[in-house]
Design a protein. Structure first.
Length: 773
DNA sequence: TTTTACTTCGTTTTT
DNA sequence: CGAAGTAAAA
């Protein structure tokens, strides 16, 4: 077993503890994947376990793929019979085989969050519940957490008796379930819930899988919810060879139902469990680990542990407070550019992490300005894009005609004159006859009040019927091409004045490529399989690590990843930790955010920079936030770049902005060292009014020095624009046009131009490079 | 039926 | 500030 020599003492113990329940508490960067992979190899080589009997579960496809690759390398013979899978795809595979035993059809479709929302809207309309009484999102969130806790409609109803709002949700839950059932569709939660249900109702099926999966490993165990816990418990119940790996300090998915108790109480649930702690970190420098340890030490509910490394202290942690979020983004982009120029790192070694996706835009703009290669992870998933969802909806309609959401989505896309009134009539008819929407369509002129729309319905039904017959022998990519050709989808896009038409067409091409490579990887894969796979793809899964691009993503998205150089942006109370946590009376809310900080800090291998801004626009309002409490929890001696003394944001002796109530509290606030840095108290930022800066003269328009940066001490004078409202200008891409409006943004002029060819565009003067004609 | 102009509303985090 | 939803016009 020469590969055991590469492991440290604790790692070895973990690998050698092959039988019975095992909890591996693996601190960040402690080589847990390594341990898991070696453990699998050891089970096979040493204990003679058949690869067939091993199951490894992860949360993301990316993690599964990485483990798969590493297992393949070390195991060799028979590696492909090991199941390495995410929770969700594991369940899909099981359900596709057996879901008919609990009354579903095996070609079920999977609804994503968007689809669920559509269903919920429909349900609320049918039940005459106004969205003001309860938002769809809130109802869905409540239902989702119920499912995470394995609470079915019946139990939910019992629990809600007497509480008006809960009773309301109970009714929605019931109808939502009915709608999904009718559509032969499962949502994400159902995949887990129904697998558990299947196992409980069909002991012989469970037994079958228990025999199959004699050795089970679960990664990121701290993120499991009750349903997932139960699933694992059932599977492992017979042989009890369950190895879970996790770090309670990295539990950051409470909002998704993750139950930190699963890992904290593992030894209670499995009394014979062995526990191994991995505390030696192979990723980061000691300074970074000290910072992470210091921050997380402020949490109460945790298993005590402390990361250490034999790497040196390394660089100090950099901290920088900028005046505005705009400057913060600028600073980060420029700092990366500088480091790359110096030859310290490549772009691909750098990541910028933030709390909310909303922060990505401003950072992206900075990267564009600097002309740096970057990739944003998260935000809109590829498969959530409109054009992709449209095409997929065609495939779903072909595959599973009772999927009402899919059919309704594409019945008038591209436009074929079937409007909402017609759709409503068909819907009513379907409800009355208790048939699916698509089946109702086939009734054509028998639908009351349908009029001459019947012909259009008939044409649509025929088109789908033809596609269905083609689906029998075509593979997915050919089918997509056929859909595009017969519907004229691409043509409509090309003719539309949609600015993103080109991108959309590119995306569709991308989808076709994915279908082709799916076929290569899964020659036996059906259309249902393809659609299921596609539904379970997360954004992080498609990140190309070999491309030399800096990554921009949320702190959540960064879990499990590492980068030589990490930036944490927006380290402000109110942003990170977020508002809702700051004002939550439950202290565990802040603890969850703190774990997120811990995750963020421990992503960095060599160099960590934390930044924040004094002023930031959120929802069109400027907020003044103090430095994040988490930054204050990092011992000062670990940091350099102490923030410069705060200057008030003033222009020509005049305040740029003030509180709406006219108080000068902000002055006091800003004059504290580090903008409130030393002060622990926090008050809810108040709305402030930015005075409108209206250009006094139009032509020629010469700006006054008014940008916050210019005002805050640097020497840059105001920018001059060579044109004004009404002038004719030329743009490199859009050609000639007339300036309609100019307004002053915090840092730049926003110019509205009516282009002769391209229509009206709004752009920033600095990078539009407009030329007066 | 479809396009447009206006109002409202909201932010964590995601498989 | 945007997106998304609603009301009115074409």
């Amino acid at each position: 077993m020469n590969y055991l020599n590469t492991l440290n003492k604790e790692q070895k113990v973990a690998v050698l503890s092959t039988d019975g329940p095992l909890l591996i508490l693996a601190g960040a960067g402690s080589g847990k994947t390594r341990v898991l992979v070696h453990r699998i190899a050891y089970l096979i080589d040493n204990n003679g376990v058949s690869p067939w009997n091993i199951l490894a579960i992860t949360f993301t496809n990316k993690a599964a793929e990485e483990m798969r690759n590493r297992v393949d390398k070390i195991v060799g013979q028979g590696a492909d019979s090991i199941w390495v899978s995410t929770f969700h795809s594991l369940c899909v595979r099981i359900l596709r085989r057996h879901i008919d035993m609990i009354g579903y059809d095996t070609n079920f479709t999977i609804y994503d969050t968007d689809d669920s929302k559509t269903v919920m809207k429909d349900v609320m309309k049918r039940l005459n519940i106004d969205s003001k009484m309860i938002r769809e999102k809130a109802a869905l969130a409540a239902i989702s957490s119920a499912k995470d806790e394995l609470i079915d409609v019946y139990e939910f109803k019992e629990n809600s008796a007497g509480d008006y709002r809960q009773e309301l949700i109970a009714r929605l839950y019931e109808e939502y379930e009915n709608a999904l059932r009718k559509a032969n569709a499962l949502d994400f939660d159902d995949l887990i819930v129904l697998t558990v249900k299947l196992f409980k109702e069909c002991p012989q099926v469970l037994d079958n899988y228990q025999e199959r999966f004699r050795y089970i490993m679960v990664d990121e165990y701290q993120d499991t919810n009750t349903a997932q816990f139960e699933l694992v418990r059932l599977l492992a119940d017979k042989y009890r060879n369950l190895c879970v790996v996790g770090d309670d300090d990295q539990s950051i998915y409470k909002f998704r139902g993750a139950n930190i108790g699963n890992i904290l109480d593992f030894e209670k649930n499995y009394e014979e469990a062995k526990v191994v702690r991995l505390e030696q970190n192979y990723r980061s420098t000691q300074n970074i680990l000290d910072a992470a340890n210091a921050v997380i030490a402020n949490n109460t509910e945790r298993k005590e542990k402390s990361l250490w490394t034999d790497k040196g202290a390394g660089n100090r942690i950099h901290f920088k407070q900028l005046d505005t979020a705009y400057e913060e983004a600028d600073y980060i982009a420029a700092d990366i550019a500088k480091a790359v120029k110096k030859g310290l790192v490549k772009y691909g070694d750098c990541a910028v992490l933030y709390r909310t996706n909303a922060q990505s835009r401003i950072l992206e703009e900075a990267f564009v300005r600097e002309g740096m290669p970057y990739n944003i992870v998260g935000g809109v998933n590829f498969y959530s894009r409109r054009e992709i969802k449209d095409v997929l909806a065609y495939l779903k309609t072909i595959d599973n005609g009772v999927d009402d959401v899919a059919v309704k989505r594409i019945i008038n896309v591209p436009k074929r004159g079937i409007g909402q009134t017609t759709v409503a009539k068909v819907s009513d008819f379907a409800a009355e006859q208790d048939i699916s929407f698509f089946e109702a369509l086939t009734y054509g002129k028998d639908i009351p009040g349908i009029g001459k729309a019947a012909l259009k319905l008939e044409a649509f039904v025929n088109m789908i019927a033809v596609m269905r017959s083609k689906a029998e022998f075509m593979d997915v990519s050919a089918l997509i091409k056929d859909v595009l050709a017969t519907t004229g989808y691409i043509d409509e896009l090309e003719e539309s004045d949609d600015d993103d038409a080109e991108d959309r067409i590119d995306n569709i091409d991308e989808l076709i490529s994915k279908a082709v490579s799916y076929k290569e990887d899964n020659p036996e894969g059906t259309l249902s399989d393809f659609l299921a796979e596609v539904a379970l793809v997360a954004d992080i899964d498609s990140v190309d690590e070999n491309a030399d691009m800096s990554l921009l993503m949320t702190l959540h998205g960064a879990k499990g990843l590492e980068f030589a150089r990490v930036y944490i942006a927006g380290a402000e109370d109110g942003v990170f930790p977020g508002m809702s946590a700051v004002f939550d009376e439950d202290p565990t809310a802040i603890e969850e955010e703190r774990r997120l900080a811990y995750v963020g800090i421990t992503r960095a291998k060599d160099d960590l920079t934390i930044t924040c801004a004094k002023a930031r626009m959120i929802r069109g309002e400027t907020q003044y936030n103090s430095v994040s409490r988490f930054v204050k929890e990092i011992p000062g001696e670990l940091m350099d770049d102490k923030p410069a003394p705060t200057r008030a944001l003033k222009i020509d002796g005049q305040e740029l902005s003030r509180y709406s109530d006219g108080s000068s509290e902000r002055d006091a606030f800003l004059s504290k060292p580090y903008g409130g840095y030393s002060d622990v108290t926090y008050s809810k930022p108040r709305a402030v009014v930015m005075p409108k800066v209206t250009p006094a003269a139009t032509k020629p328009y010469i700006a006054k020095s008014a940008s916050p940066r210019a005002a805050s001490g640097s020497a840059t004078a105001g920018t001059k624009l060579s044109y004004g409202v009404g002038d004719r200008v030329r743009h490199t891409k859009y050609g000639e046009g007339t300036v309609k409006d100019i307004s002053l943004e915090p840092r730049d002029y926003k110019v509205t131009v009516e282009f002769d060819g391209a229509g009206q565009k709004i752009m920033y003067a600095t990078f539009a490079k407009l030329e007066k004609i």
